[in-house]
Design a protein around this ligand. Structure first.
Ligand code: ARG
Length: 634
């Protein structure tokens, strides 16, 4: 039940004769939008202003005409015309009440399955598994998982694919580290930990050697160096630090090609790609440990992929991709390499040394996905820094013949600390994800204990819970807080990571929504009624107060919200919806005339219990689409 669609359809007949081009009718109907100011009505239409010119009428008169042409049984009261020609639309109370009554026994809460079912491949999470996951990987994982759930609920076929970085230079680093820096005992005890250490050590070593090279090349006096090597190196280093403004980014491999450590690990990568038996055997040994590490995070986050093909899966396809692109004259040879030129951009698909690139793999991935899943759309949930990569990728793919498919980079911003800089621990390392989730749960627990104490002092009722139940609540609250904080931002902007804000019990947070849900459950328990029986009783929802109407109206906007979310891939529409719903509900609870359990008549009491039930179900349902759990009492 999409309210907005119902309203638009009611106008179609009156509007159509005024529009010359039938295809434009929808454009005008789309100018009916939710009202900014609910005092004026529920929806507002401003198409009269756009149409009036071509008809040689004043917008105000035109608006009046259209309103008087409305026919049939309308879902709204006669609209009023305001200002220069705005049409204000207010849905009828009894119509709203009937529509919500229809949902009492509807597990889909009125949300229809899409009438245009599509197949989506959603490429999300995609960490490079040879190194520990950090907060930067959270966003793609959380946003991607939520989009999978939303689109699936709307009836689409959704393939969630974790495009793991399981084949890149990081593995060369591990191989080099294993061969040169391994602590055998540690490796036997805990592979994951030792591999993570090796990764960091190799990066550090490459950086150190790179710095030494720069210092040696630019800041060393060779004569002095021969006499006093350490002293001269120190002087050179100090000079270099004074001049150096370079900031090293964690993710990009900016080490110069002449760095012997970098050359060594690149050679390990190349050997792996060429099928060197020793490196392949080691890769097969490392992978389960690396996967165990990422899987343990996915388990905690409740994330499930349909597939986790990963880059290695496409290795055998890469030579054919390049050959095919050459044959089709899309790619050309250039100084020993193979490139694709697209205007000013040049994409490298085979390097001079024969190595393939991230781009080649992504092209092969598109080919594989199209052949295997025949998708209508492939969505890439990847951070904004890869915007250029995806732009070229899509351009090449279209030239290659994949032009009947929606290819979209769903970009997102960075996770920032309170200081507005990329979120890191005090020591400057990116925060390990397990630690971060542990912290969220711990703080969730502290906050929960505190809220229990406050409720106790205020003589409010508190549920009797075992230590285990409390621990469960802390987990649901902690993990939910992290996810909600991320999803409630417009995904394209950066967001500031703050445990304090995300665990707040008031405001637009998961914690607040989880309390709101638990409260509905508590009211229903207190009523002493069997809610299943009430639902089946055929009782109607009633609107007797404006606060009640506001809640009913919000509940009926659920479909509209989900459809907009799916159209623009913006999960924060759902959190904004929840926030509006919960504000309306809170006003309803505190209104003098809106007692639920002590309602004035038995009919009103049943109606309000069913309303509370629908509120709870909707909150729970929406949170679930965001990947967030609820508990029955808190
Ligand atoms: N592994 C990549 C990275 O960490 C992200 C993969 C995104 N997906 C893709 N098909 N390129 O940067």
């Amino acid at each position: 039940m999409n309210l907005l669609v119902e309203v638009r359809e009611a106008f179609r007949q009156a509007l159509s004769p005024l529009v010359n081009e039938p295809s434009k009718v929808d454009t005008y109907l789309e100018m009916i939008r939710p009202a900014q100011n609910l005092q004026h009505g529920d929806y507002q239409a401003n198409f009269a202003m756009a149409l009036a010119k071509s008809l040689g009428k004043s917008p105000k008169d035109l608006a009046q005409d259209i309103v008087s042409q409305l026919k049939g049984e309308l879902p709204f009261d006669p609209p009023t015309v305001a200002g220069p020609g705005f049409i204000n639309i207010r849905l009828k109370d009894d119509w709203l009440a009937r529509r919500l009554t229809d949902l009492v026994n509807d597990p889909r809460l009125g949300v229809p399955v899409s009438n245009r079912i599509r197949t989506y491949v959603i490429d999300y999470s995609g960490p490079n598994v040879a190194k520990p996951l950090h907060v930067g990987h959270l966003r793609s994982t959380i946003i991607g998982e939520s989009l999978c759930r939303i689109l699936r609920f709307l009836g689409h076929r959704v393939i969630g694919d974790n495009h793991l970085g399981d084949w890149g230079t990081q593995f060369g680093m591990l191989l080099f580290g294993y061969k040169n820096l391994l602590n055998k005992k540690n490796y036997e005890e805990n592979k994951v930990k030792e591999l993570a250490r090796l990764y960091i050590q190799v990066r550090k070593l490459a950086e150190l050697v790179g710095n030494l090279q720069t210092v040696y090349a630019k800041f060393i006096d060779l004569e002095k160096f021969q006499k006093e090597p350490i002293e001269e190196l120190t002087r050179g280093y100090i000079k270099w630090i004074g001049k150096s403004t370079a900031s090293t980014s964690e993710d990009d491999d900016a080490t110069p090609a002449t760095n012997p450590i970098a050359s060594a690990y690149r050679e390990e990568t190349a050997k792996l790609h060429r099928g060197d038996p020793e490196n392949l055997q080691l890769w097969n040994e490392f992978m389960p440990a690396c996967m165990e590490e990422v899987e343990s995070i996915y388990r905690r986050l409740g994330v499930q992929f349909t597939h986790q093909y990963g880059e290695s899966h496409y290795n055998h396809m890469l030579p054919h991709v390049v050959e095919d692109l050459l044959e089709k004259k899309i790619a050309t040879h250039s100084q020993g390499a193979v490139i694709v030129e697209d205007g000013k951009n040049v994409a490298l698909i085979r390097k001079g040394d024969g190595a393939f690139t991230y781009m080649t793999t992504d092209l092969a991935t598109i080919q594989f996905r199209v052949e295997t899943f025949k998708p209508d759309a492939i969505l890439y949930v990847v951070d904004f820094r890869q915007a250029d990569h995806f732009k070229s990728l899509f351009a090449i793919a279209r030239k290659w013949g994949y032009n009947n498919i929606e290819l979209e980079h769903l970009s997102f911003g960075s996770v920032l600390g309170q200081d507005g800089k990329p979120y890191k621990t005090r020591e400057g390392n990116a925060v390990d994800l397990h630690t971060l989730l542990d912290q969220a749960i711990e703080l969730g627990e502290e906050k929960y204990e505190l809220s229990l104490q406050i409720r106790d002092i205020k003589k409010q009722e508190i549920p009797k819970l075992s230590a285990e139940e409390k621990r469960h609540i802390a987990t649901v609250v902690g993990i939910g807080a992290v996810k909600y904080a991320d999803l409630s931002q417009n995904r394209t902007s950066d967001y500031r990571f703050s445990f304090e804000k995300m665990l707040a019990t008031e405001g637009n947070t998961a914690t607040y929504m989880q309390y709101a849900y638990a409260r509905t459950r508590s009211i229903l328990r207190k009523s002493g009624e069997d809610i299943e029986t009430l639902r089946k009783s055929g009782a109607s929802l009633l609107i007797s107060e404006k606060e009640e109407r506001a809640v009913i109206f919000q509940l009926l906007k659920y479909t509209e919200t989900l459809e907009a979310t799916a159209k623009e891939y913006m999960p924060h529409y759902i959190t904004s919806y929840l926030w509006d719903l919960c504000k309306a509900v809170s006003t309803f609870y505190s209104a003098e005339n809106c007692h639920v359990l002590e309602a004035k008549t038995p009919e009103l009491r049943v109606s309000r219990l069913l309303l509370v039930d629908l509120v709870g179900r909707t909150i729970q349902h929406a949170l679930n689409l965001l990947g967030i759990e609820t508990v029955e009492s808190m």
